[in-house]
Design a protein around this ligand. Structure first.
Ligand code: FAD
Length: 814
């Protein structure tokens, strides 16, 4: 066969993920695609993977991806005529605590919504499924009937075969050695020759950083060594298997952090140890040129505790002889989720790499990647895996610190008031020390440390105190005080790292107008604007501050910095006479809110504080320039005070001092979230995601149908005529000790009829409130539904689609 010198898409890397990406591109009709692999297919992590295929995840989107994989793998062998060893054994996940069972119950609810029947077992039922397990100290277990294991090499070969059958090509022993852009195309260099292509996909696994560099991208990742231990035959297990006619389900002791799988008539034990080891992270341990089909030396010492624990849990294991240790490289991003989607800052390039669970995710990842390439969007909102969620703060040290933290807590629960300690202080507000001195408990947002709540002397701020799903804890009385200060007097919240773009020059307004669904504000005013994709789905929300006819500041969520900029840039006309710049790092922001905020400001500025809601003005505080913006995410009278970073300390000091006689208190992001939920203000990537259209999201009033054209208009017009199947609602919940987490299911008449997208306690209203999506025929106010919270159903009532607090917006207009 001749060497292929051109293809529409080149995928770099022939592991399970690269092969799945090729297969799904070909299935989508993009058959002119080529996968290049430096060695033989499966030479990377895929070669030594244990091949577990769980569906469990506490993340909705990851669970979706894994569910899709398991479904695909069940039929794949037959579809491509390549039989595979795929054993669906089921699994049991052990719970040692009440909190763990709550986590399981929540996942059972999410699973049911995705069509998976998972189940929570009591200790006795557990023994029925797994007779060899010690249960005396367990609270229960999660049973997942879909879990299993697959041969990773066979899976990869099957996907490759399917792709080839559809016309895609694979070139083995063909490393990418360089890349350049030429005439709007990529030229990929290999020792066998160059390949021209329209798109390139980095699917190079733990080599992704090296491949990324050739494309001009620094991939946020690190590499851990991960081991599993294979034990010899155990006669009793062999006998049991013979008698029962099946294998044991896979056992995960998540609180002890390992899995134990039956491997033929022995066991495979795979721990995620706390005292873990990063590789290739220092100059003394450089990244190798090639590590194909290689392993690290065994390192059993670090696993001793886990081996002993597993032997105590399943005493049968103690009878077995250790036969083999596999210690291989496994890549990690700073949050442990892979990178799937557009490559930040690099044209026509995508990532499908840095998979920690790449065997069970390969199927779904291939689907998602293919959608990104062929359609520029994905069916499911995949922000959890979007490469743009990591920005410039993720240097090597950060990646190593976070990767080790995630690995050592692979099965940990992610409690809402627990803020993970590794990799902190990457970006600090100019008044960080002042806020810290007031008791701030920090959490990073896009690298920026923001105060979550303010502790008082004697409050328990330990990590141990945060290991709960419940609303109450040392933070609760403080968050309440903060909310009530904002309601009754005034509060100030330091908000560094609010993403901000400057859009300026002739034609700026006309261009922006075609991108947003609604009307743009006139100069001197600020307004919310929504961006839809071609299907009318919610891409993002920005505050648009109009300084002049063709001069705007676009302000968006901290986390959205690279995502939203990418969206704007992708829509720039080639001949734009205006400029678009990211000026996030040049400014900072304080939110001053509450009925006394006007009095406080009046004592530090000459600005016109009678200017109405949704206006802004340049003003001076402490002799420094600032922009006073009459808007507040709290739903109270208030201003955002935007200032240059270097002027922020002086401005904060002046406002803080002036506020003391008025009862000014600092408040944090926890209070802000409570306040905004009472106002039914949406949060990005919770309530606002591409899982919903603008109309489903109840954002009709932000659509200007009279505009001749805007992005997404035809799709939204169609939906307006046909009506929506589900729609945004605010719910009043008779909750117990926990408010509704993201993706809690809504029930009516014994049927699942929707899901929550946010939930919190409203301290002004004294109510548990949830925002969510409900079947359209049930959205009438006062309709009764139920919300399933950690497995228990609680009564809830539809409030409508607006605010519970001050529905007429009288307070911010005051
Ligand atoms: C011990 C161990 C056990 C594991 N067990 C499981 C498990 O049970 N379940 C699970 O889901 N996951 C498991 N994993 C993780 C899993 O192995 C990986 O997530 C998965 O294999 C990643 O697949 P991939 O295709 O992304 O990467 P890889 O398999 O690493 O493939 C990347 C490919 O890119 C090629 N390549 C690199 N550079 C270039 C270049 N310049 N040009 C061309 N080609 C290049 C490499 O040769 C390689 O073949 C385990 C990992 C380890 C270490």
């Amino acid at each position: 066969m001749e060497f292929p010198t051109a293809a529409r898409v080149v995928i770099v890397g022939g592991g399970a993920v690269g092969a799945s990406a090729l297969y799904h591109l070909a299935k989508a009709g993009w058959t002119d695609c080529l996968l290049i692999e430096k060695n033989e297919l499966t030479a990377g992590s895929t070669w030594h993977a244990a091949g577990n295929v769980p569906t469990f995840s506490s993340s909705w989107s990851i669970m979706n991806m894994q569910r899709y994989s398991a479904e695909l793998y069940r039929g794949l062998g037959e579809v491509v005529d390549y039989p595979m060893n795929y054993h669906v054994t089921g699994s049991v996940r052990l719970g040692h605590t009440k909190e763990r069972l709550q986590e399981f119950r929540r996942v059972v609810g999410m699973g049911r919504y995705q069509g998976l029947e998972l189940d929570v077992l009591g200790p006795n039922e557990l023994r029925g499924r797994y007779p060899f397990v010690e249960t005396h100290d367990l609270t229960g277990a999660l049973y997942d009937p879909y879990d299993g294991d697959i041969d990773p090499a066979q899976l990869t070969q099957a996907l490759a075969r399917g792709a080839r059958q559809l016309g895609a090509r694979i070139e083995r022993f063909c490393p990418m050695t360089g890349a350049r852009r030429e005439n709007g195309e990529w030229v990929i260099e290999t020792p066998k020759g160059t390949i021209r292509c329209e798109y390139v996909v980095n699917a190079a696994g733990y080599y992704a950083r090296e491949v990324g560099r050739m494309l001009g991208r620094d991939v946020p990742m690190m590499v851990m060594s991960h081991q599993y231990l294979l034990f010899d035959t155990i006669p009793e297990l062999a006998e049991w298997t013979e008698e029962s006619g099946h294998k044991l389900p896979l056992l995960r002791d998540v609180d002890s952090s390992y899995y134990l799988r039956q491997e033929k008539t022995g066991f495979n034990l795979g721990p995620y140890e706390r005292n873990c080891r990063a590789h290739w992270a220092t100059p003394e341990d450089p990244f190798p040129e090639d590590f194909s089909f290689q392993l690290f030396p065994d390192d059993l010492e670090r696993l001793e505790w886990h081996i002993a624990d597993a032997m105590a849990r399943v005493p049968l294991l103690a009878e077995a002889k250790l036969a083999k240790v596999i210690n291989g490289p496994i890549p990690y991003t700073p949050d442990g989720n892979p990178l799937i989607g557009p490559m930040p800052g690099v044209p026509n390039a995508f990532e499908a790499c840095v998979f920690t669970f790449g065997i069970c995710q390969a199927g779904g990842a291939g689907k998602v990647l293919a959608e990104w390439v062929t359609e520029g969007r994905t069916e499911w909102d995949m922000w959890s895996c979007d490469p743009r969620r990591f920005t410039d703060y993720c240097d090597d040290d950060y990646c190593v610190e976070k990767g080790m933290e995630v690995y050592g807590h692979e099965y940990a629960m992610h409690f809402p008031k627990h803020y993970w300690p590794a990799g902190r202080d990457r970006k600090r507000s100019p008044i960080h020390d002042r806020i810290a001195a007031l008791g701030a408990q920090f959490k990073p947002f896009n690298g920026w440390e923001r105060s979550m709540w303010f502790a008082k002397p004697g409050d328990d701020t330990s990590e141990a105190a945060t290991q709960t799903w419940e609303r109450d804890g040392p933070w609760a009385p403080r968050i309440e005080e903060e909310c009530l200060a904002v309601r009754d007097a005034a509060g100030i919240l330091d908000l560094p790292g609010f993403s901000r773009y400057r859009l300026k020059g002739p034609g700026a307004r006309a261009w922006l107008d075609r991108l947003v669904t609604g009307q743009l504000p006139a100069p001197g005013r600020i307004g919310l604007a929504y961006f839809a994709d071609d299907q009318g789905r919610i891409v993002t929300e920005m505050s648009v501050m109009a300084l002049d006819e063709d001069f705007f500041f676009l302000i968006t969520a901290g986390a959205a910095q690279w995502h939203d900029l990418d969206w704007l840039r992708a829509h720039l006309p080639p001949d734009a006479a205006f400029s678009l710049d990211d000026v996030t790092d040049a400014f900072s922001c304080q939110i001053l809110a509450g009925p006394r905020s006007r009095d406080i400001l009046a004592s530090v500025t000459e600005g016109d504080l009678r200017k109405p809601w949704l206006t802004h003005q340049s003003a001076q505080i402490a002799g420094r320039w600032c922009q006073l913006v009459r808007i507040s995410f709290t739903g109270e009278l208030g201003w955002e005070i935007h200032s240059k970073v270097e002027d922020t300390p002086a401005i904060f000091d002046a406002v803080w001092q002036a506020g003391q006689p008025h009862g000014l208190k600092p408040f944090g992001m926890e209070a802000l979230d409570s306040l905004r939920v009472e106002k039914a203000y949406r949060a990005w990537k919770g309530d606002l995601s591409t899982d919903y259209t603008i109309l489903e999201g109840g954002l009709d009033r932000f659509v200007d149908w009279s505009k001749p054209d805007f992005k997404g208009k035809p799709a939204l017009e169609r939906q307006r005529q046909q009506g929506v199947g589900k729609r945004f609602v605010t719910l009043l919940v008779d909750a117990g000790d926990c408010d509704a987490p993201y993706m809690s299911t809504l029930w009516h008449d014994g049927k699942v009829v929707g899901e929550t997208t946010s939930g919190n306690w409203g301290y002004r209203t004294g109510r548990s409130i949830a925002l969510g999506m409900l079947r359209a025929d049930l959205t009438e106010p006062s309709t009764k539904v139920e919300v399933e919270i950690f497995g228990e159903r609680f009564p809830a009532m539809v409030h409508g689609d607006g605010a519970v607090w001050d529905p007429e917006n009288e307070r911010p207009r005051a």
